[in-house]
Design a binder for this molecule. Structure first.
Ligand code: DAH
Length: 343
């Protein structure tokens, strides 16, 4: 009888040692089968219990139950720890590191301003048009009635491409980076008959040195409205409506006579608001505009006796700077998140 009892402890210890050594759940299950399965080594002891003499049974039964309880406890403990280990990353991980969070992007302030302007014009029935940034002198200047000796054409003001940089170049046709979006007026009018109601947001280039209010590339929005009997009153009403929508109901707009070769009469638009006064000024110049010059209509094949129209152009940066009280235009192009995250 003590012979039987003596077998229990070594088998139990062997089982415990193998369970503790199991390095994954499959290995642990293998150990369980070896000892506690239907043909397991510990199960074999249990099966012998019935054959023991009656007086030996209580002590043997107690010893077997205790051993079995311990095996099951170790098994459960080891399984739990292997299960946790199975869910851990294979590579060592520092759980104290900050998490990786995916931050949401948002639109650049210039894009936001552009989209707002476009939205306001859409409500007035305007559609967006665009044209190439690499332009020729004809669309940028000639067709806009700009005299050959106008300073805007000067190589000091305009970026010209070398002919070798543009395979489409023909003799006498100079290619350039457009200095304004007005070139798109010509492209659209040559393409379609009147009436026209377009706005053209886009990038433009000038040989300016960068400072707080200048950058060699910036953005403009051009507007062009052609129909019968269009007047300066239409122009003024439209401009007033748009700037009030954009910059607040307290905005006042003023037209000052000016010169542009493609409009007659021409004006500069100044506007005034609480924000402008805060900047220490009464009026801020914001755009150029005027009634489309008859010569421009001739150039695109519209009959100036029938068609009338107005056009304007203004800088998007300037609008965004006023709107968000930004003091330096260069901040728009530096991709500094500390700046961009504020919009
Ligand atoms: N193109 C002018 C500029 O870049 C702005 C402008 C003035 C556009 C008058 C127009 C206009 O359409 O009629 O300064």
């Amino acid at each position: 009888m003590s012979e039987f009892l003596a077998q229990i402890e070594p088998i139990k210890q062997a089982a415990v040692a193998e369970m503790r050594a199991a390095s994954d759940l499959a290995a642990l299950d293998q150990v369980r089968v070896t000892f506690l399965g239907a043909n397991g080594r510990f199960t074999a002891l249990l099966k012998q219990l019935g054959a023991l003499p009656k007086e030996a049974k209580p002590a043997a039964g107690k010893a077997l139950n205790e051993a079995k309880a311990e095996l099951e406890r170790v098994l459960a403990e080891q399984r739990a720890s292997l299960e946790i280990r199975a869910t851990l990353p294979q590579e060592p991980t520092d759980f104290t590191l900050p998490g990786r969070h995916r931050s949401l992007g948002r639109l650049h302030p210039l894009t936001q301003a552009t989209e707002d302007i476009v939205r306001i014009f859409r409500r007035l029935g305007f559609v967006v048009a665009d044209g190439p940034e690499i332009e020729d002198e004809y669309h940028c200047f000639d067709a806009l009635n700009t005299p050959a000796d106008h300073p805007a054409r000067d190589t000091q003001d305009t970026f010209y491409l070398a002919d070798s940089e543009n395979p489409g170049a023909t003799a006498g046709k100079r290619w350039l980076l457009r200095t304004h979006t007005s070139s798109v007026q010509i492209r659209v009018m040559k393409r379609q008959p009147p009436p026209v109601r377009i706005i053209v947001p886009g990038r433009v280039y000038r040989r300016d040195n960068a400072d707080a209010t200048h950058n060699p590339t910036f953005h403009q929005i051009e507007g062009l409205y052609v129909d019968r009997s269009v007047t300066v009153g239409d122009l003024k009403g439209t401009v007033e409506f748009v700037f009030r929508e954009l910059l607040g109901a307290d905005v006042r707009v003023r037209f000052r006579p000016h010169y542009f070769s493609y409009t007659e009469p021409s004006y500069e638009i100044d506007f005034s608001s609480a924000l402008v006064r805060k900047m220490g000024k009464e009026w801020l110049e914001i755009a150029g505009c005027g009634m489309v010059h008859p010569q421009v209509f001739e150039n695109v094949g519209y009959d100036p006796e029938i068609w009338t129209g107005w056009a304007f152009g203004f800088g998007i940066e300037r609008i965004a700077m006023i709107r968000y009280a930004i003091g330096d235009i260069r901040q728009f192009y530096q991709n500094d998140l500390r700046f961009l995250e504020q919009f």
